[in-house]
Design a protein around this ligand. Sequence first.
Ligand code: 5GP
Ligand code: MN
Ligand code: MN
Length: 328
Amino acid sequence: PNHEQAAEAVRFIREADRFLVVSHVNPDGDAIGSTLGVAWMLKQLGKEFHLVNASPVPAKFRFLPGAEWIRPPEALRSAAPFSHVIAVDAADAERMGEARSLIAEDAQLLNIDHHATNDRFGTSNWVVPDAAATAQVLANLVEALKLRWETPLAACIYTGLLTDTGGFRYSNTTPAVLELASHLLKQGVHPGEIADRVMETMTLGQLALTKRALDTLTFSDSGQVGWMWLKRRDFEEAEASEDEMDGIVNYARNVEGVDVGILFRETDDGAIKVSLRSREKVDVGELAKSFGGGGHARAAGCTLEESPEKVEQMVLSRVSDALKRGSS
Ligand code: 5GP
Ligand code: MN
Ligand code: MN
């Protein structure tokens, strides 16, 4: 089945000359690494490509080769509509945010992803829930297209693999992941430099935001759930942007005895973005999906348009139900 989907992806790419490559809002390392990975492939094939993201590229990924190619939707308005689109690391069309407006109504869309909650919104879909990262699926595409593993391409794929496995620590770190990582290092990727930039460097805004979030850390009576809040004021006073909250939710999940860590964040338009992480008992991907979001069993998210009190109460009660079911 993987072969068939790879062959279909190859056909999709061979058939057209001009592509839009898009990933999800608030992009992480897999979203950016995969967008750029596809770009380097299309470049090697001599195709015209345009890269878009509804959110700015987080500062820590701007060192990646080709990062400046990723433009906001407004900048591509005059080149739209696009009739051939490749979406990477996006579980549903909604996740592309404002970038959707660049896509022709009757566009051919190749959806390459690894979220179990992916709703197959493409006209072609290559979804591998067992893959640790979309970047891992793309490594198969490089092979299927018989392309050379240039160093910039390898570095982008490596970044997606590194970040979606939490630095090769999460349970999705399989032998195949480490074999691919080994292969990428042989292409000249510098693992120390990439890890330093994307995992080991904290901005002052991120530090200030972390302090504020930790001040709100609260635990359930059982100690199995820990949650934090970040309100709009926190971002203002910490002089931090949205992408600087990356990783903060882990502080709640990492506490001994906690299975589910939650970060509630008030967005600029007053909605509440919920980030969920779990150790083993609760499938937070399914839980987030029940609120209209999605993700993976151990990391997921959703956005709710209710008051902060209501959102906290709804999410905590569903987490508590899930924990009861898991342990009964
Ligand atoms: P984060 O909490 O870091 O924003 O997201 C964690 C994981 O959940 C990522 O894999 C991300 O793609 C997914 N995710 C977060 N928010 C949403 C959402 O609103 N919808 C869907 N489908 N997935 C989400
Ligand atoms: Mn992602
Ligand atoms: Mn991913």
